[in-house]
Each structure stands twice: as C-alpha cells, then as structure tokens.
Design a protein around this ligand. Structure first.
Ligand SMILES: Cc1cc2nc3c(=O)[nH]c(=O)nc-3n(C[C@H](O)[C@H](O)[C@H](O)COP(=O)(O)OP(=O)(O)OC[C@H]3O[C@@H](n4cnc5c(N)ncnc54)[C@H](O)[C@@H]3O)c2cc1C
Length: 290
C-alpha cells in the first residue's frame, strides 16, 4: 500500500524541528530512519499531515565518552552503535544486543532515537535502556526535560513523548569494573523481533554478586526490569539452585500474552530459560572468562 498524502519539512536544526512539530498541533510525525514509520504509513496505521525529517540536523548522531557515561545522539544509526569500539569497551551488552536488531540494511538506517520513541514491545534497545538505567533527554519549544528509561515506556508503542517533542540524546552509565554480562534471545529467524530476550549484568567482588540487573523484552507491552529477582542474587555466588529461584522470580514478574508468534506460556517458559543462560554468561564474564 502507499502512504497517505503528507507535507514534508527537512529540519536543519533541532529548534526548527520542534517549532514545526509545535505548529502542526499534534498532526506531525518525526521521520528518522523511517524503518518503523514508513511501514506504519503504508499500512495507514498513521495519517500525519506533516513529516518532519530530522536526518539533516547536524550534531544529532554521535557517540561520546564522558567519565562515567556514554552520550549517544538520537540520530545515531544502529550500525554505528553495533560497531563502536567505545560501546564495545564500556557497554558490550549493548553491542551484542545490536546484532539481533533486524538485518544489516535496516541497521544502516534505523536510529536509537527512533527505536526508543517507537517503543516496540519486542525491541532490543528499549530493554537495554531499561537494563542500563538510561536517561533520555527530550527537547521541545518549551525547553528540555530528562526521563529515566524505566519511566519512558508506558504501553505497547506508547512512550512518554508529546507529539511536539524530540528525543535528542540518550545517556547510558558505563558498567562498573568486574561486571559480566549476558544477552540471550529467541526469535523465529535471526533478525526477526524477539519472541523473548533477556539481558543481565552481574558485578562481582570477592566471589559474590554486589549488583545484579535483569531486563526482558517480548514478554509484555513494555520492557521489564525484574527487580525482585535481582535482589535474590545480591551477596551470593552464582549456583544452580539460586538461578532456579531467580528464574522463578523472573517468570512471576512478567505478564506475557498469546499472539501469532507464541503463546503466553511459551514466552514465560523462555523467560526462565534465557534468564538462566544470561546469568551464567554474565557470571563467567565477571570472572574474566571470554
Ligand atoms: C523488517 C524489519 C525488521 C525489524 N526488526 C527489528 C528487530 O528485530 N528489533 C528491533 O528492535 N527493531 C527492529 N526493527 C525496527 C528498526 O529497529 C527501526 O529502525 C526502529 O524501530 C525505528 O528506528 P527509525 O530510526 O527507523 O525510526 P522511524 O521509523 O523514523 O520512527 C519511528 C517512530 O519514532 C518517532 N521518532 C523517530 N525519531 C524520533 C526522535 N528523535 N524523537 C522523537 N520521536 C522520534 C517517529 O515519529 C516514529 O513514530 C525492524 C524493522 C523492520 C522494517
């Protein structure tokens, strides 16, 4: 199908973009990589009267290292994130997750800002943003605001963004020293959206876990951080009985639904299995194993 008719503005600054969005009174959509927006237009799931193209805004695509965090511009393409040596050094769980996002052609166009703003319930980047406790910087004609990733995803394809706001920057804290990570995903084919995926990090010292994080995607309308399951790990070494309890707590923390791709029961089962694998991988990496 063809998209409905729309007007088009190629913004050359964030100020120009937010002014155009504000003037359109809720009728405009931003276009970044277009990899999610264009299918939605073609299926006529969206009918904006105006597209505000942010691709020509200079300085919106970057990966910058600061002391304790990495700052990523919203227009940074998936492929830049996947191949960034800075991200591989400080946030290897993000590098690993990116290889599961769609296919190379889509990763060449798709952007981190687009993926987070779209809020697909089975996408990898929202899960990683929640896992790493990212902060999202948002701009509009009224000024700037910051939102924690865990408060940003409200429902399937629904995020805390007004129609006149632009997601400008994503701040990801670096992983602490002695932190291992695991990323496990099941999809029907490589590059498909996840049926379920789990990402975990474990920070270990003197043989026991000091900080644990577990996040999931594909198991509900928004990414899930399994906080109660995380606390079970603190102060312990990883062993199989403990992992079984954590996997049970993860299953209890999610509310998956049946759909065309999988039943809720299968997703809940996967959540436990993938948690087990991700935690073991994180534990091994925290001990310095490759
Ligand atoms: C065949 C196929 C398979 C895919 N598989 C996966 C997958 O396995 N995992 C996965 O995570 N993704 C997958 N995707 C989606 C892909 O990652 C998209 O690139 C991403 O979801 C959207 O990014 P984009 O830059 O293309 O955004 P666009 O399509 O341009 O925009 C998406 C939405 O976000 C809004 N938006 C974009 N940028 C901003 C911004 N800076 N501020 C505010 N709002 C903004 C737009 O208005 C629109 O509503 C797939 C896509 C396709 C076509």
């Amino acid at each position: 199908m063809k998209p409905p008719v729309f007007d088009y503005i190629a913004a050359t600054s964030t100020d120009m973009a937010v002014a155009a969005l504000a003037a359109a009174g809720g009728e405009a959509k931003i276009i970044a990589g277009g990899q999610s927006l264009m299918p939605m237009l073609s299926f006529r799931l969206l009918r904006p009267s105006l597209l505000v193209d942010i691709n020509r805004i200079p300085g919106l695509a970057y990966i910058e290292e600061a002391d304790t965090c990495l700052r990523i511009g919203a227009l940074t393409r998936h492929f830049q994130i996947e191949t960034s040596p800075v991200i591989a050094r400080h946030l290897p769980v993000l590098s690993a997750a990116m290889t599961h996002v769609a296919h190379l052609a889509i990763r060449n166009r798709g952007t981190i800002g687009g993926s987070l703003s779209h809020g697909d319930p089975a996408a990898e980047l929202p899960m990683i943003a929640v896992l790493l406790d990212a902060t999202l910087h948002i701009e509009s004609v009224s000024g700037q605001r910051a939102v924690r990733a865990q408060d940003f995803f409200l429902d399937a394809l629904t995020v805390d963004l007004d129609s006149a706001e632009v997601l400008a920057e994503i701040i990801l804290p670096k992983l602490p020293p002695n932190t291992g990570w695991g990323f496990e995903e099941i999809a029907r084919r490589h590059g498909d959206f996840a049926i379920a995926a789990v990402a975990a990090t474990l920070t270990v010292s003197d043989g026991s876990i000091r900080q644990a994080r577990i996040a999931l995607t594909g198991v509900g309308p928004t990414p899930v951080r399994a906080a109660a399951a995380e606390t079970l790990l603190i102060g312990h070494a990883l062993e199989n009985k403990l992992v079984e309890s954590v996997a049970r707590a993860v299953r209890a923390a999610i509310a998956p639904e049946d759909d065309l791709h999988a039943s809720a029961d299968y997703r809940r089962h996967l959540a436990g299995v993938l948690t087990d694998r991700a935690l073991h991988a994180a534990w091994r990496r925290a001990q310095g194993e490759p």
